[in-house]
Design a protein around this ligand. Structure first.
Ligand SMILES: [Zn+2]
Length: 312
């Protein structure tokens, strides 16, 4: 059955692939998602660690001796399929579901997994945004609060801490003001697997920076610099959207962001308006690769970087 996704949820779809409307443009209609047609693809990353792809943010599953750790849960209508894919890996229960950030394509499954006993873990800003509702940067529409069952039960404010199940440890670290103001990246040292959420994509496209909700290109760059120190040539990087990535992909994505910052910050500092910066098109030479020459996607990225600098 073809179901119309809620506008609020659809708005949270892979940001990199969607163009952002001009400030005064009407919101685009929500895309149709035929949930029944979506298959969950499982990739074995070694050391009892797996990447699951369906629709929405990539999922990581780490199996311990007594329970499972999971990173992100995609959309609620896919929860049964995701649970079936996990059961095909292991009969053990999911003890922790970590949210990398609050967007619905990563957190939509929270309540369905919590119902089975999973503890949702996230940065505290995620709980605040999910509990209070938010405004979608891409459509300007209000995203309603979610039911209490889907809210993170265990939150943290900053720094880094470990979550453990039998024989497995996930290191969770907060990166301030990057894709949003509540991003967590997760590292499984035993499997050499890094989960970046939407602070990196491997679509070879510009990534949305949710400046309305605390996102900032400078935090995205800081995140990338941290990853490049932590990972090596053998690290398997589960990005928010796109295929499994390597250190080389992370470096390339990071370098694109650095160029974006270095060209747009001086224009912002010189008092240029958004319209003036868009007209100057300072990333013109990058747009063929990173926006596939899609002018809307190119403009959305320039706008996202420009507005990052309004934070302070
Ligand atoms: Zn996102």
């Amino acid at each position: 059955m073809l179901r119309l996704a809620l506008a609020a949820v659809a708005a949270m779809l892979a940001g990199a692939a969607l163009a952002q409307p001009a400030t005064n443009a009407p919101a685009p209609p929500p895309p149709l998602i035929d949930w029944d047609k979506i298959q969950i693809k499982t990739t074995d990353l070694g050391h009892n660690t797996y990447m699951l792809e369906g629709q929405g943010g990539n999922i990581t599953v780490a199996v311990g001796t007594d329970a499972i750790l999971m990173v992100d849960g995609q959309f609620a209508p896919l929860s049964d399929k995701i649970k079936a894919a996990i059961r095909a890996i292991s009969p053990l229960p999911v003890k922790y579901l970590i949210n990398t950030h609050f967007h619905g394509d990563h957190t939509g499954g929270n309540a369905n997994f919590a119902k089975d006993g999973a503890i949702v873990v996230a940065h505290d800003n995620i709980r605040i945004r999910l509990a209070g509702g938010s405004v979608s940067q891409q459509t300007g529409q209000v995203v309603p609060q979610i039911p209490p069952e889907g809210l993170p039960k265990q939150t943290y404010f900053g720094g880094s801490f470990a979550l453990e199940v039998g024989g497995r440890k996930a290191q969770l670290t907060y990166v301030a003001n990057a894709h949003t103001d509540g991003d967590t990246w997760v590292y499984f040292a035993d499997a050499n697997v890094l989960c970046t959420g939407d602070t990196v994509n491997n679509l070879k496209r510009y990534q949305s920076i949710d400046y309305r909700n605390g996102g900032d290109v400078r935090g995205m760059i800081r995140a990338g610099e941290t990853y490049l120190k932590v990972i090596n040539d053998d690290t398997k990087v589960v990005v928010g959207h796109g295929p499994l990535a390597s250190k080389k992909d992370v470096q390339e994505f990071h370098d694109m962001l650095v160029t974006s910052r270095d060209r747009i910050k001086p224009l912002f500092d010189a008092g240029r308006t958004e319209a003036e910066v868009l007209a100057l098109d300072p990333l013109k030479d990058l747009n063929e690769k990173w926006a596939a020459n899609n002018p809307q996607l190119a403009a959305a990225h320039t706008r996202n970087v420009y507005h990052s600098f309004e934070r302070f």
